[in-house]
Design a protein around this ligand. Sequence first.
Ligand SMILES: Nc1ncnc2c1ncn2[C@@H]1O[C@H](COP(=O)(O)OP(=O)(O)O)[C@@H](O)[C@H]1O
Ligand SMILES: [Mg+2]
Length: 608
Amino acid sequence: MPLKKLISFNLFASLNDTIEYFNIAKVDKKFIMLGAFLSFLLMLVNLYSVSLLFPLANSLITKDFSILAKQPLIGSIVSKFPNLFSDPLILFSFFGLWLYGTIILKSALKYALFICTNEQSKKASLLVREAIFNRYLLFGKRFYDNTTISHLNHIMLNSTKSLKMQLDLINNIVVEVSSLLVSLGIMLSISWKLTILVFLVVPIHIVLSKKAKKGITTLSSEQAVAERNFTDKLIDILNCMPLVKGFSQEAKELDKFSKVNAIEVKKDTALQRRMQLFQPVQEILSTTTTLIVAGAMGFLAISDPTITAANAIVFLYLLLRVNPNLTNISNFDTRLASISPQSKMLKEIFDDTDKYIIKGGEREFNGLKNKIEIKNLNFSYEPTKKVLEGVSFEIIKGDKVALIGPSGVGKTTIINLLLRFYDCPKESIFIDGIDINEYQVSQLKSKMAFVSQDLMLFNDTIEANILYSNPTLSKEKLKEIFNKTILNETINSLKDKEQTLIGEKGANLSGGEKQRIALARALAKDAEIIILDEPTSSLDPKTEEKISELMQTEFKEKTVIVIAHRPAILQKVNKIAVLNKGKIIEFGTKEELEEKNVLKDYFKQKTN
Ligand SMILES: Nc1ncnc2c1ncn2[C@@H]1O[C@H](COP(=O)(O)OP(=O)(O)O)[C@@H](O)[C@H]1O
Ligand SMILES: [Mg+2]
């Protein structure tokens, strides 16, 4: 039977993943060695204590206790005090105490092993989680566009579970392999012929049991997929609950949920059933193996005097151990393979491919001195669809520039590139004559404040959400900002004032209130470049008018880029860029565009 079939070579690939995993978790190699060593000692003590039971039973049956004095370790002590141990009762009692001692030693080793692997895996879990979170912080916006939160959550939660499984697995490998070698050594010393027979019969058993197990592996991966679909669906529905209610789709969602739920339960039931069926198959196979060897033993015993009754019992006992030993060893690849998806996911997290990490350059950015130039900017998210084509315009320091145009023409894309959310093509955007790619990303962002189209709010207090951009802002300044963003009335009407919790994604607030909090957060930062993506779209005309005044008061000295299409803001800016289908169709001062009648034409169109 080729070894390759018994232990698939995938084992080595999976082991490699495990080692990488340990490196990420900074698992101390010394602890792994110590754990393995303790496991090995435990196995020896285990085997030793069990091996003492046979002579004990033998001596009780034959009433000849001298055999006890011949056992390893205990024998050397007994032989030092021949007078004391000549009394069979003392010898028997001492033997009993000796057995007790081995059990205590075994328990102590087990505890030490637990401490060693458990503490280590807890410490490693801490580091693995931190390392994963650090990676999450690094990934670009585009990565998050294409990934579900439940998937990232799954990786985070399962990383620790599989870490513990891998540490246990290493110890198990040591135990199984070493115990196999020790057992085989003893078996060989009893009868090499029978040992060879064992080697002929046991592999057949393993191959058959592997065949029986194949279905389990397939079912187990199907069950994992079903479980993931279940959580993904659940989170998706929960996230859109207002929509479900708004369109009265409860029955339909229940139906969708029931489907994924039923599939998950069905797969799990099938898996459990298969696992239950596997146990009797395993038992029948191992009984067959034992019967074959026992039969051969009976046959050999006729002509071979070394096969005594005691030897035969020891041999069969060891065979019963070797059998699961070999099966376990041959199953290491499947066990590793079951952890392998986890290791793979983790490996993927630590690989930079498709993470859209924005690296930036080395150049310092100490503030805008002159202008931002967008020169022949072409951009697409997907290779097949152009989003921006040859976009060019300039933003002079202190300008208030509005980007207008129908929905989907690429307005948000332009500011996403300015904000370095996505990597922009080289030599397309220049700040003070230097390609934006050359600046340090963090320095660039430190000079910018923004309000995004989809408002991002933490499930925290109003104050915490506003101070997010500037935690050191004074109380007075914060009050001023409440005034400027017309938030004071809202805040005063709340029981906990600015300490009111706003709920998940600001669920306890109106759209306009959320928008004004996002604006307040941008104001709190007091940055010199302000980027606003439809900051007043949810406001009533009166509030919008007041907010628009910020352009000439609060933002007077600042450079502002604002996506807007309503007159209130457009009247307060000095330049306007009109976009259509990814191109700039007009750019100029408000007066210039008014002269060309562009704005009038534009307002006739329906915009977002
Ligand atoms: N993350 C993304 N991945 C792929 N396509 C995108 C992404 N974001 C926007 N788009 C596409 O790019 C085009 C421009 O989008 P956007 O800049 O948001 O338009 P606007 O802000 O002018 O309404 C749209 O066709 C949109 O579907
Ligand atoms: Mg947009």
